[in-house]
Design a protein around this ligand. Structure first.
Ligand code: HPA
Ligand code: ZN
Length: 338
């Protein structure tokens, strides 16, 4: 079967389920915000900054990602960041987003949590009104900080509980297993929030099991290292647990040496609920459609596989069932030669 063409993939309605808003901070916007907030960046210009985006592993990326986030100071900064991302989504045929943001990255620098929350929320509401893109925000805890800090973050966000629908877990994975966060995830579940966690990006399959069993997550973010444990792969398949896979991220952070080595299409063909996502597009060289194209070009992607990936993103979202059904009906009606 021939590969799906780019326009067909673009026209498929898609949800983005693994996207860090701080990771959409393009170098140009970073310089513009640094200027606006009178901050001096440790790089003379955009080209020099971008040349530093040459990562060896997750930690080498996180160092730059946290440094970059320091230019975000006002509600308007978070609005501008989120709005720029939503415009990219519109170009790529993304109809629904469930982005993460890391409150502690900002509260640790002295910003009240409402600064990022309100700026992001206002842009998401505008995205729905002006671009027709629906949203559900996920507040993500930094796993290299303590569980007490995560609990405090959740508590400080409660006055704004209508602004987010779930909690997640990100940052440096190795040495920070999901088991460290059992209490805060239990609390979040009791409060009625959806729960997801990064696991099996660099960390072992045991972390994926912990996220499922101890945190009772509904989706695994990344999860690609599941292949080291065939029984786990079987369980993920039987339970149809969504994996929010980020192909360009995985190659840029050396989880896979090249895109041709990536396991996501093999996992899709085995019947797992694989979705494609951009993670931190400003740092990894592409937004959602770029990720689809990179996978197609390296591994092959038929129209039926592209449709399955898009379908998975819709069914794995936290949209109400009737909204999922509507989108899936529209997805099935997308013809190849429209
Ligand atoms: N992994 C872990 N933490 C992160 C990532 C990621 O890919 N992106 C932003 N924070
Ligand atoms: Zn991520």
């Amino acid at each position: 079967m021939p590969n799906a063409d780019t326009d067909f993939i673009r026209r498929l309605p898609k949800a983005e389920l693994h996207l860090h808003l701080e990771g959409t901070l393009e170098a140009e916007l970073m310089f513009a915000l640094a200027d606006r907030n009178k901050i001096k960046l440790p790089y003379p210009d955009v080209a020099t900054l971008k040349a530093a985006y040459d990562f060896d592993n997750l930690q080498s990326f996180l160092n730059l990602y946290y440094q970059g986030a320091d230019v975000l100071r006002t509600e308007q900064d978070f609005y501008d960041l989120t709005w720029a991302y939503l415009q990219r989504c519109a170009d790529d045929g993304v109809v629904h987003v469930e982005p993460f943001f890391d409150p502690q990255t900002h509260t640790q620098r002295g910003l009240p949590i409402e600064v990022p929350l309100q700026g992001i929320h206002r842009a998401l509401v505008d995205g729905e009104q002006k671009l027709g893109i629906t949203h559900a925000l996920i507040l993500s805890f930094l796993r290299d900080l303590s569980e007490a800090s995560a609990l405090q973050t959740l508590e400080s966000a409660m006055p704004f509980r209508d602004r987010f629908i779930g909690v997640g877990l990100d940052s440096a994975e190795q040495g920070n297993p999901p088991s460290k966060f059992q209490q805060v995830f239990q609390k979040a579940r009791e409060l009625g929030f959806h729960v997801v966690a990064h696991a099996g990006e660099e960390g072992p399959p045991a972390y994926i099991r912990e996220a499922l069993e101890l945190l009772q997550v509904e989706r695994i973010d990344h999860g690609v290292r599941c292949t080291d444990d065939p029984d786990l792969v079987d369980e993920l398949k039987q339970r149809f647990i969504p994996l929010t896979v980020c192909p360009l991220s995985n190659t840029r952070l050396k989880v896979f040496r090249t895109m041709a080595d990536h396991n996501l299409m093999a996992l899709l063909d085995q019947g797992l609920c694989i979705t494609i996502n951009a993670d931190d597009p400003a740092y990894f060289g592409g937004y959602l459609l770029d990720n689809f194209i990179a996978v197609r070009d390296a591994l092959g992607m038929t129209e039926s596989q592209a449709r399955q990936l898009a379908r998975n993103s819709l069914t794995a979202s936290f949209l109400p069932d009737h909204r999922k059904d509507e989108w899936v009906t529209r997805l099935e009606a997308i013809a190849v030669n429209d």
